[in-house]
Design a protein around this ligand. Structure first.
Ligand code: RB5
Length: 150
């Protein structure tokens, strides 16, 4: 199950993402936002998706905003989250293969639907390679155990 979240700046991109997930028969849970209203704040949706992934309710997540940056910064504050902003398929594949990213972030104001589709193909086709990357990802996750992070 994929957790999906977005702010007001990413409704068109969200349509592309849903089209992609449906075309691959990948189940998803939409955490909103559901309609363009005043006062949509991307951290609220980033947090919902990050908690769904961190708790194990969902295996991975997709977060969308204007740039992908705000949602990634917010999601990466949650324990267990490795959220990666991707603007091309090379980064999307590397985010899975090297970083074991568990949330893909994209920005509607940065990429069009064609590039978004390529990114999604890259992210969902690639596997974490482990090995030396396992050690490095573990070092990242160890940062969360630092008492100064409390
Ligand atoms: C909203 O205007 C915009 O700031 C937001 O979608 C996102 O790009 C933040 O990083």
């Amino acid at each position: 199950m994929i957790a999906l979240g977005n702010d007001h700046a990413a409704f068109n991109l969200k349509k592309t993402v849903i089209e992609f997930l449906n075309s691959k028969n990948i189940p998803y849970k939409d955490f909103g936002a559901f309609e363009k209203v005043e006062g949509i704040d991307y951290p609220d949706y980033a947090l919902k998706v990050a908690h769904a992934v961190s708790s194990g309710e969902c295996e991975m997540g997709i977060l969308l905003c204007g740039t992908g940056i705000g949602v990634s910064i917010a999601a990466n504050k949650v324990r267990g989250i490795r959220a990666a902003v991707c603007t091309d398929s090379f980064c999307a594949k590397a985010a899975r293969q090297h970083n074991n990213a568990n949330i893909l972030c994209m920005g509607e104001r940065v990429i069009g639907p064609g590039v978004a589709w390529e990114i999604l193909e890259g992210f969902f086709s690639a596997q974490f390679e482990g090995g030396r990357h396992q050690r490095r990802v573990e070092k990242i996750m160890d940062i969360e155990k630092d008492p100064h992070m409390k």
